[in-house]
Design a protein around this ligand. Structure first.
Ligand code: GLV
Length: 326
């Protein structure tokens, strides 16, 4: 009798995705959605050939050393800073993520957060709910213009390009970007975007949007020095990863009005949020939901599951991040 390989689904997931995995694997699930400690994750990975992870599971060299049977980690996220990819390659473990399927949904959300931030939607809603709205006044919650303004995008991958297209084509914005590598001329033209230095972008943009992947080099891409370069009327939006912004420095800049406002979907040390950010009014805070629509989350979960199936059953991952020796 051929026994099915065993896999762990480390967090709760759509039942239909579990059902699909069960056609191919002996599945240990976690529908109670407990966030496992590193020790618990290592314990549950004993005898498992694959694991379905989310950003909350850290795959480190230390964990890999305890899990000799593990052959693939399939992340249900496009970002994979929870993976030590070089250590996975050395350990012969395949790493996969979920690119493309969340691009447009995440770009929509980046734009929504930009609009909410520039037009002070959270602050004004809190004012209304608190019963403070007694009369109209000419400058009440006057915000920053979005249409026709200058948008600066740091990190011009697929999601950055989606935001650029929305800005340029939908809102008549002038789009500047900086990226490790400038785009090819055709893509740049489709996005109607111009490559500039980070300093020029920070000094010129009315709205700065962060969409770059997290890495050690990207840590605190925006700190006190960068915030000081921005216009006092500018907004900052972070839909990338916590740690790309120095949240303490940002809270100080918002309180001092070094910049006008910020919109944050990701935080250093999330789900904890820097306490100072909770006390400044000019920030819109959302709990890491940029890709959160049911069709997109289902597509992400499906792709992570398909990576496990494709690799463990057919020997080939669909969206690999590394090429470990077989
Ligand atoms: C979400 O943050 C992702 O990386 O998919």
């Amino acid at each position: 009798m051929i026994t099915k390989p065993s896999v762990l689904v480390a967090r709760a997931v759509f039942p239909e995705v579990l059902h699909k995995l069960e056609q191919h694997f002996s599945v240990e699930s976690n529908q109670d959605d407990i966030v496992f400690s590193a020790e618990e994750l290592a314990r549950r990975l004993q005898g498992k050939a694959g694991v379905f992870t989310t950003g909350s599971e850290r795959i480190s060299a230390a964990l890999l050393a305890q899990c000799p049977d593990l052959r693939i980690c399939a992340n249900m996220a496009v970002g994979y800073n929870n993976f030590d990819v070089p250590a996975m390659t050395t350990a012969g473990v395949m790493a996969t993520n979920t690119p493309d399927v969340l691009t447009e949904t995440t770009a929509d959300f980046g734009f929504a957060l930009l609009m909410a931030t520039a037009r002070r939607m959270a602050e004004s809603e809190h004012f209304l709910r608190a019963g403070l709205w007694t009369r109209w006044s000419y400058d009440m919650f006057a915000g920053a213009e979005v249409h026709g303004s200058t948008l600066g995008i740091i990190g011009m991958g697929r999601i950055g390009q989606g935001i650029a297209r929305r800005g340029a084509l939908g809102f008549g914005m002038k789009v500047l970007y900086c990226n490790r590598k400038p785009l090819d001329a055709e893509t740049e033209a489709a996005c109607q975007a111009r490559h500039v230095s980070k300093t020029e972008l920070l000094q010129t943009a009315d709205h700065v949007m962060l969409v770059l992947p997290y890495s050690a080099e990207a840590h605190h891409t925006i700190g006190a020095a960068e915030l000081a370069l921005m216009k006092p009327t500018a907004t900052l939006v972070n839909i990338a990863r916590g740690g790309i912004v120095d949240d303490a420095a940002l809270a100080a800049a918002l309180r001092n009005r070094t910049i006008a406002a910020a919109g944050l979907d990701v935080f250093e040390g999330e789900p904890a949020v820097h306490p100072d950010l909770l006390t400044v009014p000019n920030v819109v805070l959302t709990p890491h939901i940029a890709s959160a629509t049911i069709p997109t989350r289902l597509a992400m979960a499906d792709l992570a599951a398909d990576n496990l199936i494709s690799f463990l059953v057919h020997g080939k991952a669909l969206t690999p991040l590394n090429a470990p020796a077989p």
